[in-house]
Design a binder for this molecule. Structure first.
Ligand code: FAD
Length: 407
């Protein structure tokens, strides 16, 4: 926040311009909406294009989000290539229990790796619509966010010079490790945080999926999960101590634990493969409230993080981005700031519903391995309830697929 080092303000832009900080799913969706509305927009990204188009993360997109992207012409390749899933399976006490949330809710997940979505969104914005996106920028700083002439400055990687972009508004879409959130400070926003006290070893295996759906393995040795990504690649998770070193997990140990924790009567053995990603996630969630101050509007992981327990993070990022893109477009095109002033309030109900669901599901998935017989008992009761009560099953299905949870 070193205002002294910022270059002097240049002449005010002739038309309202938005600076989007961060080219993840949130920032690129905002940028595409602005571009389609002919709003002047600059996207700033610290990494290279090659890097963001290959960074593996999410893979499950909820149907409402896919339909919203489709309406904006941003889902052509997704709809052609994604598989859809409408069921998941709980493996518990040696038994498998299939749960058909698609039949109950009417909606499905689209299995489409995040790097493919990012690639599509960059192509649509930069290559097809000629949008301005600057990769490899360094030391991004915001200026005057509580004025009507905010700006963003950064160091240009080619010249090493500071560049300043004046604008009408800033979309802070720079993820959990970005800088825009810090400009809200403790006096302008509160950050609510929940630590799960567990780690997940996140793995990508060069192996075809071993099931046609997401598999949750609830086991005394620790939780495990199987999630398809593509016909060649599968994501797996293993519960581990927080802060564990991925090097503690050899190829043999990983596959031995996965076989044990995902075992159930009548299931085929897992197909093993080379591990191409192995990292430990310290599982925590946070929510920044409100999600805006002055002319800075946060979206996606910059505003709230949901550990990947219920596959919610990218979906929430898209939800924010759709609302923010439309609100900024209306503001820049017609000067109508009514949606912009209500932006944070419009996003937060879904954010909190997803946070609550992630915490609830976490207790169900990790109780058995907690070492606490009370937590194990209540986790078992929770699972039996959604497997046996139609009303509980319907409520679970809606939350899992994100239907009817906007308020
Ligand atoms: P990001 O994708 O983090 O994008 C932020 C961008 O900003 C990045 O490109 C970053 O390089 C850039 N940036 C950072 N700092 C700066 C700066 N100072 N200036 C400029 N640019 C900057 N979610 C789901 O919905 N479903 C899933 O199945 C799922 N699985 C997951 C699995 C794993 C292992 C992980 C880690 C996450 C998973 N998530 C999932 C969460 C999901 O990946 C995130 O919620 C999503 O990436 C958020 O998008 P975003 O655009 O807000 O942030």
């Amino acid at each position: 926040m070193n205002l002294a080092s910022a270059p002097e303000p240049s002449a005010p832009p002739r038309r309202p311009r938005v600076v989007v900080v961060g080219a993840g799913p949130a920032g690129l969706t905002v940028a595409n909406i602005l571009r389609a509305a002919s709003v002047d927009c600059v996207v700033l990204e610290t990494e290279s294009r090659e890097f963001i188009e290959q960074r593996p993360r999410a893979g499950f997109i909820e149907e409402w989000a896919v339909r919203a992207l489709q309406q904006r012409g941003l889902a052509d390749r997704l709809l052609t290539h994604a598989q859809t899933h409408g069921a998941c399976e709980f493996r518990w006490a040696g038994e498998r229990h299939r749960f058909a949330y698609g039949e109950l809710s009417g909606d499905r997940h689209f299995v489409y790796p995040q790097p493919l979505l990012v690639t599509d969104l960059v192509r649509a914005y930069a290559d097809r619509a000629g949008g301005d996106i600057r990769f490899g920028v360094r030391d991004v700083e915001l200026h005057g966010i509580d004025t009507d002439r905010p700006a963003v400055s950064y160091t240009d990687p080619a010249t090493d010079e500071r560049v300043r972009v004046d604008c009408a508004a800033i979309a802070g879409c720079d993820g959990a490790r970005g800088v825009t959130r810090t400009y809200l400070g403790t006096e302008r926003a509160t950050t609510a945080r929940h630590d799960y006290g567990i780690g997940w070893l996140a793995l990508l295996a060069e192996a075809p999926p071993s099931s046609d759906c997401v598999v949750f393995g609830i086991h005394p040795r620790g939780f495990a999960a199987h999630m398809a990504r593509s016909p060649e690649v599968t994501r797996y998770y293993l519960e581990c101590p927080p802060g564990d070193d991925p090097e503690n997990w050899s190829h043999e140990r990983v596959w031995s634990e996965l076989h044990t924790r995902l075992a159930a009567a009548g299931t085929p053995p897992l197909t093993e493969g080379r591990l191409i990603e192995k990292r430990v996630l310290d599982m925590h969630n946070y929510v920044v409230e409100p999600m805006s101050y002055g002319r800075l509007y946060l979206a996606g992981d910059a505003a709230h993080l949901a550990a990947p327990i219920a596959a919610k993070g990218m979906n929430l990022a898209l939800h924010d981005a759709l609302l923010l893109g439309d609100a900024l477009a209306a503001y820049c095109a017609q000067g109508d700031g009514s949606d912009l002033s209500g932006y944070s309030e419009a996003c937060l109900p879904r954010v909190w519903q997803y946070q609550e669901f992630s915490q609830w599901l976490s207790e169900l998935l990790h109780g058995t391995s907690s070492g606490d017989p009370f937590k194990a008992g209540t986790a078992g009761a929770r699972l039996r309830r959604i497997l046996r009560s139609p009303a509980a099953a319907a409520a679970f299905a809606e939350l899992y697929i994100g239907k009817g949870v906007g308020n």
